[in-house]
Design a protein around this ligand. Structure first.
Ligand code: ATP
Ligand code: MG
Length: 417
């Protein structure tokens, strides 16, 4: 029996990979305009980085990590999210010495051992942005505006931006206390996982997806009531900047996001009921990972989710051919010439094809049609002798006689090269 791929993973090929490339191009163009440089960190890190960086009480660290021991008996983990590795790199390479803010992005495979229901894979991809070196609300707004710009450029419909503030650790501990009182009074009605969360990290209860928990949570106290003056002012400022930028949002005090490191602003983008992007401010993470105290904000966007949404809203994209010229051939000499000319065009960044499977001329033309070649030409003994050939426009059916030695320049002319 043939070996199959691992559950929760996926092969990308054909029109799907073309769609991915389009998305990646859009991301890179947008990041360039926002002055965000790319960072490529390793696929695995010391497990401790994620335990410390992502947080011991998160779903990710508790049950979703792919962890293994290498031959030096070191515990390593496949990247379950991109922020911790980026923070490590920021500290390790002394990036705080550069003019701040330092703005970085990545498009990378991410690994989580999750149940593979709809929209969940075990290897998925995240487009992430991390911005270091500012405590200002302006930085939060700039990070959010990167995501809105991308979603807008891609034409994603029904996008909802929800924002919230978790305050600083002081506000948060006050809120935790209030929340614990509330949860304590309703403990018996909550799911077993939430009972556990109540002890370790009550905030996580707000994130529970179980319906019975959701019902109870609806009446939970709002974190916004526990914000001190500075945190409250920061949150207000984020909102005014977003308003000024023309970015629509709603304030949702139930949003906490699944990661422990967030402080103050948190946000998520939802389209047609699917969360496509989550992020927020994490002012204590750099210090927690051994660096200097540094304000930071970022987000992670699930590329597969984005693709799912685009497919739902626009259908499957058809694969457009970009073959400009098919150079058919008859006989051995014709083939030699065809292959040499094809290479010449390709070196000029023109997509040309010729026969490499020794088909008959008739079969070659059928193939040229199938791959959607715009022009075709056939080179045989006569064409070589007379240095002339018929250049056919496959779409229109018209043809013209051209000099064989001018084939490349004629083709370049046709596309205005
Ligand atoms: P959820 O609450 O849906 O589990 P999360 O809090 O785990 O989300 P983040 O860690 O913030 O999500 O990741 C950011 C984005 O990455 C998500 O909004 C989603 O689009 C995507 N994502 C997360 N986990 C998966 C997965 N297993 N498969 C595909 N995409 C994912
Ligand atoms: Mg999750």
């Amino acid at each position: 029996m043939a070996i199959q791929l691992v559950k929760g993973t996926k092969d990308l090929y054909g029109s799907e990979v073309v769609q991915w490339q389009r998305l990646e191009r859009e991301i890179r163009t947008i990041c360039a305009c926002f002055g965000i440089g790319e960072i490529r960190t390793p696929m695995f890190e010391f497990t401790e980085l994620f335990a410390r960086g992502v947080g011991e009480t998160t779903d990710i660290v508790q049950k979703e990590m792919y962890t293994f021991t290498d031959d030096g008996n070191r515990s390593l983990t496949l990247r379950p999210e991109g922020t911790a590795g980026t923070v490590r790199a920021y500290i390790e390479h002394g990036m705080h010495n550069q003019p701040q803010p330092t703005k970085l992005y990545y498009i990378s495979p991410t690994f989580r051992c999750e149940n593979t229901q709809a929209g969940r894979q075990r290897q998925f991809h995240q487009f992430g942005v991390e911005m270091f070196g500012s405590y200002s609300a302006a930085q939060d707004a700039e990070a959010i505006s990167v995501a809105t710009t991308l979603l807008e450029k891609l034409g994603v419909k029904n996008v909802e931006l929800r924002i919230n503030s978790l305050g600083c650790p002081k506000c948060r501990s006050q809120y935790n206390q209030r929340l614990r009182e509330f949860i304590g009074a309703n403990l018996e009605k909550l799911c077993p996982t939430c009972k556990e969360r109540y002890e370790k990290n009550p905030l996580r209860v707000l994130d529970c997806k179980e319906e019975k928990c959701q019902k109870i949570i609806a009446d939970a106290p709002s974190v916004l009531e526990c914000l001190d003056e500075a945190c409250s002012e920061h949150f207000q400022k984020v909102q005014s900047i977003l308003n000024e930028m023309g970015i629509a949002f709603t304030v949702d005090p139930k949003i906490v996001r699944g990661l422990d490191y967030y402080t103050r602003t948190v946000f998520e983008f939802v389209s047609d009921g699917l969360t496509v992007c989550g992020g927020g401010r994490y002012d204590n993470l750099v210090e927690q990972c051994g660096g200097k105290s540094t304000g930071a904000v970022g987000f992670g966007m699930g590329i597969e989710r984005l693709m799912m949404i685009l497919e739902k809203q626009y259908g499957v994209m058809e694969q457009k051919s970009d073959v400009l010229l098919y150079i058919g051939s008859m006989g051995e000499k014709g083939l030699l010439k065809a292959q040499a000319l094809t290479l010449q065009l390709r070196k000029e960044h023109i997509h040309a094809e010729c026969d490499t499977v020794e088909r008959s001329v008739k079969a070659q033309m059928k193939y040229a049609n199938k791959i959607g070649a715009v022009y075709s030409v056939v080179i045989g003994e006569t064409e070589l002798k007379e240095n002339k050939a018929e250049l056919k426009n496959m779409k229109e059916g018209s043809s013209e006689t051209i000099s064989l030695s001018e084939l490349c320049s004629v083709i370049k002319q046709k596309i205005g090269y």
